[in-house]
Design a protein around this ligand. Sequence first.
Ligand SMILES: [Zn+2]
Length: 482
Amino acid sequence: MRKLSTALLVLSISAVLSPWAIAQGSAPAKAKNVILLISDGAGINTWHAASYYRHGALGHEVYDDFDIKLFASTYPLNTSNVPTRTMDKSVTFDADKIWNKDKVDSTFQGSLGKYPGYFAGYEYLRADFTDSAAAATALASGHKTYNNAINWSNDDKKLKHIGEYAVENGKALGVITSVQWSHATPAGFLAHNVSRNEYAAIGKEIVESGLATVVMGSGHPAYDENGKPTTPKDDKAYRYVGGKAVWDRLVAGKTDYKHIETKADFVALADGKLNMANKTKLVGTVQNHATLQFNRVGVAAGELLDNQPDLATMTRGALNLIAKNPNGFMLMVEGGAVDWAAHANNLPRLIEEQIDFNHAVEAAVAWVEKNSSWDDTLVIVTTDHGNGLLQGPDSNNDAFSDIVNQGAGALPLVRWHTDTHTRELVPVYAKGAGADFLRSVAKPNKGLATYNVPEESQRFVDNTDIFRASLNAFGITAADPQ
Ligand SMILES: [Zn+2]
């Protein structure tokens, strides 16, 4: 009764307060499995550009058929890079300010060059954005925090993440990415650290905690960004894989984990043919120090490195291992280099990376339909923030005007408005057990009509609601609701 009256009180005070109270009052969905797929740094036009290139039209991606199609806010708690323990530098967010078409004559200084301001709304989107660490913490723990934090609060305390909740409830955890497996987004579902830049410590925690059943990504110390063997120069070469001592133990089979690195082994795992010897858990480090593909020589799409698995193969492999747990699993799949391509304003490789991510979503959906069901599994497809503020070629005169479709196989016409993150409202797609939770907590924003989405999609949740949706689907009650 106390919970109910609190809920009513919160609802009556203000509709803008945390929707946690509503979640507490609704029946949990009891999903056995949750699969969360994150295309890192993908504003809506990144998704559209890839669809135009691939299909010549929108509406043909597997998630376009999902029941829930909404948006999410992604802003961080504050603009600090360290815990402040105060309300200093707090970030506020007003979704209506995004759509302000008042002209401005400001300039945004990016890493690649200067970007004219054009419109007040663009200025708003380029300010006070989240980094991938604070965003991963929000998605994984339900807590807003400072940029740099990996499940670390602004009060300088460790935060519990969805991977820990899942494992405590007898489920398996899988985390895979197309970038280093200690990078910010995977770290958010595996580790805790005051700073995302403590890669070696994060990698060490990932291996030594043994929390996850499967972890895959890049960061190999003995391969360069073109997938060619190289001699590690110094101990720093091992930073993405937990440091030299952890790496040596990992590859020698002296941890909980079997270690794989060849494409053949990733394919064998996906085909259910990998010999796990006496191990039940696996770390896969592809033979690349940087990304699966993005950092290879050149800037054009195509001519992929042939010794790297793709994200879909890794997804199938991860599912083979974690689905052995009779209690189910939590799986996070990150298309991490979409963000890197946006930072480089590289449209061909942005599209290449987003299509690779889309193939991973298809692999997850195919797994659900063959091996599970939508009554047992929740799939959420989203991003952690925008990047590049990709708009149409006329978006310097006509605010938010669309990118221009040039047909399948041709690059759409676009204009970049930054080379870093934004606080855009970003797409969220969901289907399966507990997906309705997101609809129940979404708030309307008429400005989203700009993206030509139907009225039921002109609504947004907060990134912290993705955590709540996952927990609600599992039927788990958080230890520390905000
Ligand atoms: Zn990110």
